[in-house]
Design a protein around this ligand. Structure first.
Ligand SMILES: Nc1ncnc2c1ncn2[C@@H]1O[C@H](COP(=O)(O)OP(=O)(O)OP(=O)(O)O)[C@@H](O)[C@H]1O
Ligand SMILES: [Mg+2]
Length: 141
């Protein structure tokens, strides 16, 4: 599915509609250059699932955890792998603990390619069209 966004607000609306299709246990890769709106997209997902927690790029913390008020998706794991050297470093974060958990979803900025044993893997690719415009592609792996 390909979307075209004209503003950060519209990107959040696209994220809201996307969030409503989630059932829990999804691993979502967010690809795209700096400033394409990956964190903005996560803000839209978190809002849609009823989270009141502030959503910021976990560039330094690497992993942020948000609580939601959704009936069956209770946690959002927000990862930013920009500063990690390899997929191996993910073991330190005990990501396995979160993967495929039915009441959690994982959204990863700057994901690694080799995430083999993930069941529900969705790839979202954001790209700059102009200063305010973005193309947003959503596909299942
Ligand atoms: N259509 C749009 N969609 C999303 N963000 C937009 C759009 N137009 C302008 N922006 C602006 O672009 C910036 C996107 O920042 P954001 O932190 O979401 O990007 P990012 O992809 O997470 O960057 P990084 O790789 O540094 O983590 C924000 O300042 C936002 O207001
Ligand atoms: Mg970001």
């Amino acid at each position: 599915m390909l979307y075209h966004s004209h503003s950060a607000e519209e990107t959040k609306q696209i994220a809201d509609a996307f969030a409503k299709t989630l059932t829990g246990g999804e691993y979502i890769s967010l690809k795209g250059d700096l400033g394409t709106g990956k964190t903005t997209f996560v803000q839209g997902v978190a809002q849609a699932l009823g989270s009141k927690d502030p959503v910021r790029s976990p560039t330094f913390t690497i992993l942020n955890l948000y609580q939601t008020t959704h009936p069956y998706i209770n946690k959002i794991v927000h990862l930013d792998c920009y500063r990690l050297r390899s997929c191996q470093d993910l073991h330190v974060l005990e990501l396995e603990e979160w993967l495929n958990q039915p009441d959690a979803i994982i959204l990863t900025e700057w994901p690694f390619e080799q995430m083999s044993e993930v069941k529900k893997h969705i790839i979202i690719t954001l790209s700059h069209v102009s200063e305010q415009e973005r193309d947003i592609e959503i596909k299942e792996k």
